[in-house]
Design a protein around this ligand. Structure first.
Ligand code: SF4
Length: 353
């Protein structure tokens, strides 16, 4: 082989080698998550891995500014459409839960909502109270709220923890006790409404903003709630359209069969029209609801509801917030569109308690 042939051969080998390295680099980047438009091509059509990596690092991650932490799935009610059912009895030790909340705060958490199951069930409300106190006193979160069915709350709880709580939302779907019984929104024959009105008074006495959540379904869709809602005078009345979630209240392995509760979009709209004079009403259709919440389950895993079921990420306690949140299915635009960011600290509210 002549000398010039040897040079040409060596050059070709070198080029082949470089292109292989570039290919391997691009594959690795794609594998670790630098995909699609983030993999930048040079003018020669080759991947510029340094730029690609820089771009990915500088891309702002989703901020968990508002998170719903369903720390328990246990509940004393049996609502037929429940979409967070008692599939496990697991509850994290409180120190682990606090650690997770601290991680969220470091990632930009401003509003935490504790939900369930029934959050007042664990340790007679003490587990919840301690978390509420920790979030306000230690983490200084602007907003700490709870969603509860209201049946297990005692005045003592308000005396101890009320000062740390911004908002308490009580679920109420009907002002007719028989309808509540039919829905399953009750424990035995106990009155759901008596509790609702009692808790409303305590919120006034202990200066906690009071909210109502209602799920509109086959059994309450024709009800007129204007008078009762006006009397209770909540800061917000959230009105949800009954939603099917595979594995929770629909499909195989679910603990509920909510199909008979489902209403059409038109029925939901008719309900909203009937209550259009209520200024604090905030409607949430199925579409708005599905992707616009950051939901953490009892293991502190984000739940992705985009496929109509709840697909869990890894726990933020194992992989950190930034990695777990990528699997949350959270639609930040929809969150803002549905008015997810509102005046959520009681310090900023002008309330006539
Ligand atoms: S109150 Fe009803 S909807 Fe809420 S967790 Fe209990 S059973 Fe489910």
């Amino acid at each position: 082989m002549s000398f010039s042939t040897q040079v040409v051969f060596a050059k070709m080998s070198l080029q082949l080698c470089i292109s292989n390295i570039q290919h391997i680099f691009a594959t690795v980047l794609a594998w670790i998550g630098v995909r699609g438009p983030q993999v930048r091509l040079t003018s020669t059509g080759k991947v510029n891995p340094v730029k690609a990596l820089k771009k990915n690092i500088s891309k702002p991650a989703t901020t968990p500014s508002s998170v719903n932490y369903h720390f328990t799935r246990q509940c004393n009610y049996k609502c037929g459409f429940c979409f967070h059912t008692a599939k496990t009895s697991f509850v994290l030790p409180i120190e682990e839960a606090k650690k997770g909340l601290q991680l969220l705060k470091q990632s930009g958490l401003e509003k935490i909502n504790f939900s369930g199951g029934e959050p007042f069930l664990q340790d007679r409300g003490d587990f919840l109270g301690k978390l509420v106190q920790y979030c306000k006193q230690d983490l200084h979160l602007p907003s700490v709220s709870i969603v509860s069915n209201g049946s297990l709350i005692r005045e003592k709880w308000f005396q101890k923890y009320g000062q740390y709580l911004d908002i308490l939302a009580i679920s109420c779907d009907s002002f007719d006790e028989d309808t509540n019984q039919t829905i399953g929104r009750a424990q035995g024959r106990k009155s759901h409404l008596d509790n609702l009105f009692k808790v409303r008074e305590w919120c006034r006495d202990y200066k906690v903003a009071f909210k109502i959540n209602s799920v509109i379904n086959t059994f309450n869709v024709n009800e007129d709630m204007r008078e009762n809602i006006s009397e209770l005078n909540p800061v917000r009345w959230k009105v949800f359209q009954c939603l099917l979630i595979d594995g929770e209240n629909a499909g195989e392995n679910s603990l509920r069969e909510a199909e008979r509760f489902v209403i059409s979009d038109q029925q939901f709209q008719d309900f909203l029209d009937r209550h259009s004079t209520i200024s604090c009403l905030v409607p949430e259709s199925n579409q708005k609801m599905r992707d616009s919440y950051l939901i953490l389950d009892e293991y502190m895993r984000f739940l992705d509801c985009r496929e109509g079921r709840k697909d869990p990420s890894k726990s933020i306690l194992d992989v950190g917030v930034e990695e777990a949140i990528q699997f949350s299915g959270f639609d930040e635009k929809m969150f803002l569109k549905r008015g997810g960011k509102y005046v959520w600290s009681k310090a900023d509210m002008r309330l006539e308690w």
